[in-house]
Design a protein around this ligand. Sequence first.
Ligand code: TTP
Ligand code: MG
Length: 405
Amino acid sequence: MSKIILCADMDAFFASVEQQTNPRLRGKPIGVIGSGGRTVITTASYEARKFGIKTGMNIYEAKKTFPSLIFVVGDNEKYTHTCKELEDIYAQFTPDVEIYSIDEAFLDITTTYHLFGGPEAIGVAIKKMIKERFGINCTIGIGHNILIAKLASDLSKPDGLRWIKPEEVADVLKDLPVKELWGIGSKISEKLSILDIKTCGELARAPASLLRNKFGIYGETLKAMSMGICNRSVQMKPEDAKSIGHSMTLPEDIWEREKIEAYLLMLSEMVGRRARKYGYMGKTVSFIIRYTDFETLVKQTTLSDFTNNTHVILHGALKIIDKIKLKDRIRLLGVSLSSLIKDPKQIPLLEEERKRKYILQAVDYINDKYGDFKITWGSYIVQKRNSCVISPAWRPSGVKNINVK
Ligand code: TTP
Ligand code: MG
């Protein structure tokens, strides 16, 4: 049976949230930036996009492009909070929800749409609920797989709703530039254009052998994608996670030991909390450093036992850093936990460990209820979390794999 997948993607998400919280910004061209020294436009309101303001522009470029642009310093806590509440809206329509990024979700509504009057009716209801609850617009795409649902959303932005039915797919893709397809970035589209392939129709007709020569096994995936074929299903929970990790570009380049430790505590807590939430324990801690010149170092250590305890993860990371002679200032830090097993949920034998476990459970409970980092360790407070640049791949729950090579 063909599936029915719905993609919900907020319009100019950070900017819309800012315009909503500050009525004076509504209808105005705004660009959201980070609070650190190194900052770029994370998104621009649609009013600003008309003047050429784009995500990724630095402040100087943006000012030059459109001098009247209003810069607004982003507030990650607002966005993550909204994202979590959006999850509750989606859950009313299906249990099969994948929060893909901070403002995008995929819903598998195959078995539930008939309860709500059909796929489009669900789209209309979600848009209305989001508008009423947060005052922001979103775009809904519907298709028989996530690739088509995402395309339907991208093609109808902003404030749109579109269902691309299976029989329409070939027609929609025929003249669509390859780079419009989710997953085909500028590098691949440049390589394709050397082969004189610019549209999905041309890619679909390209000989498989030619694509295999140029892209290896991925050539076949590209050809399938150009025909609207995608076998990735909506992934709800990280059942077969290989690693749980988090990395962040820091608001300033750092070198000082106490600052490194404070960030590592924060990262270890994010990793530990996800692991605890999804019932995982890991035995390998990896630590990632990216220096200002982008040279990246990944080191691992094996712990004596499986853990999901924030401080044990932190100590693993600190053990690694003790052995490294820093060659430069650091712009990105990451921590990840791998060699995972399902947490057997045993009660620790030692009183001391039992106490630590209960404290963590209580802290998780409060933070789940009242928001991330509402309760945390004193040493973490040294760093203001909000000043960090949020990764677009941030997820409110679930396991995010970072590439540890
Ligand atoms: P997007 O969904 O890519 O963009 P958007 O919601 O701002 O606009 P659109 O209407 O086209 O969907 O990203 C969601 C948010 O993630 C965005 O508001 C800001 C943030 N973001 C970053 O912080 N860095 C990035 O590189 C990107 C692409 C987005
Ligand atoms: Mg969006």
